[in-house]
Design a protein around this ligand. Structure first.
Ligand SMILES: Nc1nc(=O)c2c([nH]1)NC[C@@H]1CN(c3ccc(C(=O)N[C@@H](CCC(=O)O)C(=O)O)cc3)C=[N+]21
Length: 284
């Protein structure tokens, strides 16, 4: 049976690293604050928001929730983001995504200052990830994947990593970040020929496909480390499940992260870290 890569010890380590930094900010009279902007009541957004609020309150980070109805007009959302950008007491802003189809995310992104962009919404943050510069922040989930692999001692230098999924939210940024750590990264997606075979050839498999259980037993082999980024709701049981069919994959591979209790719980800790980092940068 494989090793279960749970998120809690990784999140704990991140949190411990933050406490002295929060104390130092307090000595300088800075109280870190996150604004969460949510449009509508999607269950994934609510669950992230719940997790983020819990993390932040346990660290003493203030959270301001800005909740808009699902049928909010573009102009209203733009106004909300402009307020956050202009509010000197707010250090970081998380806009829950994807937005309802009636809203234009790119036009909203344009209004958020890159200094407060703790989850890589803006072009400035994306450029930072792409170029390896500390402009803005990488997506919290992408950084959580890297921290999971590092925490559990999974060597990335020279390793063959396959990323399944090429979204701007996770697949593409995480591929850049793994490459920056000297992994040899192959980006796969739904149109990839011989996907199962390519996945089997990897040392490390990062699955961010966005669909429940797309990776099954025929995609894996003995000795691999599998990180499941997916958060889906099982239509039959109503429970959370990942993009990997855990029950058939776990007995084959060396190590695998579960869903829930995997990457998601590290994501909220990384979000807190980005808010602290933004607060620190605001002092210099
Ligand atoms: N801009 C943006 N960035 C995101 O990263 C983003 C988003 N929008 N919108 C919503 C989805 C969903 N998502 C989750 C992250 C962590 C948990 C999480 O902490 N899950 C716990 C369980 C939480 C619970 O009790 O429901 C776990 O996996 O153990 C859940 C969901 C991030 N997303």
């Amino acid at each position: 049976m494989s090793q279960e890569l749970t998120g809690a010890p990784v999140a704990q380590a991140v949190m411990e690293g933050l406490r002295p930094r929060i104390a130092a900010l307090a000595r300088d009279g800075v109280s870190p604050k996150l604004a969460i902007v949510r449009v509508g009541e999607r269950s994934g957004d609510l669950s992230y928001e719940r997790g983020a609020c819990k993390r932040c309150s346990s660290l003493g980070i203030e959270v301001e929730k800005i909740v808009l109805p699902g049928d909010t007009p573009q102009i209203q959302l733009e106004h909300a983001i402009e307020c956050v950008s202009g509010d000197g007491s707010v250090h970081g802003c998380l806009l829950l995504r994807p937005l309802p189809r009636t809203l234009d995310e790119r036009r909203v992104a344009f209004l958020l200052s890159v200094e407060k962009d703790v989850d890589c919404l803006t072009d400035g943050s994306l450029a930072g990830v792409f170029a390896g510069r500390p402009t803005g922040f990488p997506p919290c989930t992408a950084e959580a994947v890297v921290l999971m692999l590092e925490h559990y001692g999974c060597g990335l230098r020279g390793a063959d990593v396959v990323v399944v999924g090429r979204s701007l939210v996770i697949g593409r940024p995480v591929a850049m970040m793994l490459q920056a750590r000297n992994a040899t990264v192959t980006m796969c997606h739904t149109k990839t020929h011989g996907l199962a075979e390519k996945c089997r050839a990897a040392d490390v498999l990062v699955v961010a496909a966005g669909h429940a259980r797309v990776v099954g037993a025929d995609f894996v082999r003995d000795g691999q480390t599998v990180i499941d980024v997916g958060i889906n709701r099982d239509e039959v049981t109503g429970k959370l499940c990942g993009d990997v069919d855990y029950d058939t994959v776990a007995p084959i591979v060396s190590a695998i992260s579960p869903v829930p209790r995997g990457v998601g719980s590290v994501t909220t800790a990384v979000l807190a870290k980005h808010v602290i980092e933004a607060a620190e940068r605001s002092c210099t």
